[in-house]
Structures are given as structure tokens and as C-alpha cells.
Design a protein around this ligand. Structure first.
Ligand SMILES: [Zn+2]
Length: 78
């Protein structure tokens, strides 16, 4: 399943609170960009912006995410 924050297909299920390997977004099922995501403490829109800036949904998580995700996961459009 596709992570709605980074666009990579990292999840085995949607809405199972899995943490994405690529961006560290926790998939609580939020799909509306302007909606606040409780477990992520931000909107999806903000997570996407952070991912494009830092390479993780929050700058502090950069150390937790995989490097060169394009070698591991397929990426799709969001
Ligand atoms: Zn992700």
C-alpha cells in the first residue's frame, strides 16, 4: 500500500498505524491533506512538505528513515 505522505509503496496495510520506512509518517488513515493527523502531530500537507525538504515527515526523523528508498520501494503519484 502507498504511504500518502511520501508516495512510496511501503505499507502492508492502510490505516494500521504502520510507520513508513521512507518518511516515518504513521499511517492513521488521514488522507485529506489539510486534516490534522493525531499520531503525527501535523497535517498530511505539512508532512509532505517536510519530506520534500528534509527527507522525512519531521526533520528529527531523518536518522530513522532508509537511504535511497528508490532502490527498495516503488513510488507512485500522490
Ligand atoms: Zn512515507
Amino acid at each position: 500500500m502507498q504511504c500518502l505522505c511520501c508516495g512510496y509503496f511501503t505499507l502492508s496495510n492502510r490505516r494500521h498505524f504502520e510507520i513508513c520506512d521512507v518518511c516515518f509518517w504513521e499511517d492513521d488513515g488521514v488522507s485529506e491533506p489539510s486534516e490534522e493527523s493525531g499520531p503525527n502531530h501535523m497535517t498530511l500537507e505539512k508532512g509532505r512538505l517536510n519530506f520534500s525538504k528534509f527527507g522525512a515527515c519531521e526533520e528529527e526523523f531523518v536518522k530513522n528513515v532508509v537511504k535511497n528508498p528508490e532502490n527498495i520501494y516503488r513510488k507512485g503519484d500522490l
